[in-house]
Design a binder for this molecule. Structure first.
Ligand code: ADP
Length: 541
């Protein structure tokens, strides 16, 4: 017997319709590439998203056609998010920090038909337009008077000219909820990038999950600032979740330095911000140097790479901002787990609470996980046994785009490539990516643990731990350190800092001081690059 309820497909158009109808006057504030602050509303975004849809129809762009963006977080990007997907096309966000050759490879692989770019990426567009063989339309995300005449890009149109020619009336098509909506390539830290292709259904379910009280706890009373870029995994789905709850959105554009972010957080009364640890490092440094406080910020979601406990402590204990440590990946839309306390933890000391907050968190309804050994055997949830982390759920990848038939799944589970422990309360903690884990004398050493301890040293700005080949132990850890400006630090001071904090055999064999640690296009440390830089390094005898 079937249930007798309405069978309505989940759709991205329903999100923008909802935001327009019930939260139409809520502001969308953007710092533009031009430097000024632009103010819009959900109602205006919805109107302009319909103009985008009409514009794509006028070009006879078929359903499923890919519309690519090379853009910062801002209102025009948001309009494209909703206009492209709601009209049955696929929004393909490309990371502009990638090498131009990689961008060309990705655009050709995706067979993008339209390329929309912020003016700061005009030099990239000029460089790649001849090689992007499938792109028929180039759109500069700017006003008509900001468009230079001599770009050399045939038919280049300003976004405002394009939109100005379109009606704001558009009836969204009824789409099967499994229709493709958004495309995002993995960062390609290993081999060629691969594309995850999200559906309307997966995107809406992910948006529900993010908004839950024990996840990001989003509501119509929030002003959300995604520092995490819209060009990488849909800014962790925040544009969709914000529409779902009618929250205000505040976009930082290209200005991601501590001062600019702080000014926006304060001026726009932001209650929740989200980003990778490297961005928050700059913000915290700005606060400390200028002796500032947060007057509105309540929560900050930190993920993308492990959040050092020292950062959680600074936000929570010095500035009264709750850190929500999250783990996810492109293949998961991206949210996998997030760390919030359970009722029984509320009476714990600050130190014990920190131990829970620094874990990557517990399962969110909809996304199941397990840790397994090399034979796929599930490991104990005792906080000690570690294993490969496998996940499954309705917003987890089934297959990569153009690799259909070559399923990455094992018995229906997606192997994440991360290594983790799970404690008795169900909190998962990433110890490493499987390729970063250090294997010493048959035991594993977590590079994240080594980094976290170094990062807690008051003179250390950044730390990366990598394994070096060792004749007896296979591998031994070394820690690569960047000291804070003006600070002085000796090798022995770093090594003695580890004493009593981890087992003796886990303490790194050496410390290498560097000016900077290479950072990849998504703000993560590039250990592959670091290994290249240290290719001639020899462990001390
Ligand atoms: P890529 O896999 O190409 O680097 P992603 O942005 O999808 O691109 O990265 C996902 C990976 O980032 C995860 O598999 C994990 O290794 C790492 N990661 C994400 N969040 C965290 C976190 N909170 N702690 C530790 N590692 C994390």
């Amino acid at each position: 017997m079937l249930g007798l309820m309405q069978n309505q497909d989940l759709s991205i158009s329903s999100l923008i319709d909802f935001a327009q109808k019930h939260h139409g006057d809520v502001e969308i504030v953007s710092r533009r590439v031009e430097g000024d602050i632009h103010r819009s509303t959900w109602a205006t975004i919805a109107h302009r998203a319909r103009q985008v849809a009409n514009g794509l129809d006028q070009w006879n762009l078929g359903s499923g056609a890919r519309v690519a963006t090379l853009a910062w977080n801002g209102y025009r990007h948001l309009e494209l998010y909703f206009g492209v997907s709601s009209s049955g096309r696929v929004i393909h966000t490309i990371n502009p920090r990638l090498h131009p050759d990689q961008i060309v490879w990705i655009a050709n692989h995706a067979e993008d038909e339209v390329m929309c770019f912020d003016m700061s990426f005009l030099p990239i567009a000029k460089q790649i337009h001849e090689s992007c063989t499938t792109v028929k339309h180039w759109v500069a995300l700017c006003d008509a008077d900001k468009l230079p005449t001599d770009t050399g890009i045939p038919g280049l149109l300003s976004y405002e000219t394009w939109l100005g020619q379109q009606s704001t009336a558009y009836a969204w098509p009824t789409l099967d909820e499994n229709t493709a909506a958004c495309m995002c390539y993995t960062s390609g830290t290993t081999g060629h990038p691969k594309a995850a292709l999200y559906s309307h259904r997966s995107t809406v379910l992910h948006a529900y999950a993010c908004a839950l009280p024990d996840v990001m706890c989003l509501s119509a009373r929030d002003a959300i600032l995604p520092v995490v870029p819209m060009f990488h995994v849909s800014a962790w789905g925040l544009p969709y979740s914000a529409a779902m709850v009618g929250a205000k959105l505040v976009f930082p554009g290209a200005a991601l330095d501590g001062k600019s972010i702080y000014e926006l957080l304060e001026a726009e009364k932001v209650t929740l911000a989200a980003g990778v640890p490297t961005v928050w490092q700059m913000l915290l440094a700005h606060l400390k140097t200028n002796d500032l406080r947060f007057n509105h910020l309540k929560r900050t979601v930190i993920g993308g790479s492990a959040c050092p406990p020292a950062m959680i402590h600074a936000f929570n204990d010095l500035y009264g901002v709750e850190v929500l440590h999250a783990w996810g990946m492109t293949e998961l839309s991206p949210l996998g787990t997030l760390s919030t306390l359970k009722n029984k933890h509320l009476s714990l000391s600050d130190e014990d609470k920190l131990k829970i907050r620094m874990k990557q968190g517990r399962a969110i309804f909809g996304l199941d996980f397990k840790i397994v050994d090399d034979n796929g055997k599930e490991q104990a949830h005792d906080g000690k046994a570690y294993g490969d982390l496998w996940v499954k759920g309705p917003w987890v990848i089934q297959e990569y785009f153009k690799q259909e038939g070559a399923s990455p799944l094992i018995d229906g589970w997606f192997p994440t490539g991360d290594v983790a422990t799970v404690d008795a309360d169900g909190y998962m903690q990433i110890t490493d990516r499987s390729k970063d884990v250090i294997k010493s004398g048959g035991e594993w050493i977590s590079s994240i643990d080594i980094e976290n301890i170094a990062m807690a040293h008051p003179e250390v700005l950044m730390a990366a731990c990598i394994g070096m080949p060792h004749p007896k132990w296979d591998e031994r850890p070394i820690v690569v350190v960047v000291v804070k400006p003006g600070a002085k630090l000796e090798r022995e001071q770093v090594l003695s800092f580890y004493e009593g904090k981890i087992a003796k055999w886990q303490i790194p064999d050496d410390v290498v001081f560097v000016e900077a640690i290479p950072i990849g296009a998504t703000g993560k440390m590039l250990k592959t690059k670091l290994r290249e830089i240290l290719s001639t390094y020899q462990l001390p005898a």
